[in-house]
Design a protein around this ligand. Sequence first.
Ligand code: DGY
Length: 315
Amino acid sequence: MRIFITKPIIESGIEILRSAGHEVNVHQGEKGITKEELYSAAKESDALITMLSDKIDEEFLEKNSHLLVIANYAVGFNNIDIEAAKRLAIPVANTPDVLTHATAELAFALLLSSARRITEAHNSIASNNWKGWEPMGFLGQSLANKTLGIFGAGRIGQSFAKMCQGAFDMEVLYTSRTEKNDFPAKRVSFDELVEKSDIISVHCDLNATTMGKFNRDIFKKMKSSSIFINTARGEIHNEVDLHWALTHGEVWGAGLDVTNPEPMSADSPLLKLPNVTITPHIGSATLKARSEMSDLVATNILKGLIKEKLLTPVY
Ligand code: DGY
């Protein structure tokens, strides 16, 4: 059968598919795949491996209802219209678990970078502005015993919280639709989370209720010493409002691995701020995580092609 992948991925998954006798075609080139290219490749394929940047909407799914399976190379699947896929009986898989630790590590890195002003300090050397050691230079925040607020206590949120508890003895608050029994943290209302946390870290999925959730009103309610971290989806915070909050002393610093839009424009005013560290959506970008993601999407595709239950189905 024919499998199409919308961007090059680590070879091991492609090998799994080829060794099983399937034809695998990969979109090449620096530029992302265009809508026309995606439609035409899907028409000729039995299954797809898609990226979080591919818009797999109702129109696309209706035109390609012959697809036996779609495996999204990400844990998030907000780029796919799941209701339409269900209606058309196209199985969809994602890549949970294998990227949990990597993404939590990145949140941890962004937190340390924000608290200790690492980006700002690095830039001061690179721009020839560091004049030497100063008793008052780059005073940051100590993270010991702070209160961490987890917005969305799924796998990644809990893993990040455990890192912060282990390293800094933090007290952890969280919001979640359900009580998490094995999670040594306190479930609170969203308002309490916003008002009491020294650090707020976003780990929820993007949906109609989380879209634009962190806006000017919410940033105003956060502690003025607080740090805002988002490694989930850029659409969950409002970037204009975040810029306002960071420049009006409502929020102390921010670490973002996700922006809205992606890629972020180099002209974004957020990039000009000293108290922000921004990375280009690299949460899962370790060799280990990406290799396991590659193998997992391939295994899901093999299952889907023979109409077996997927290993990690989205629905
Ligand atoms: C995902 O896989 O959804 C994450 O955004 C990776 O960083």
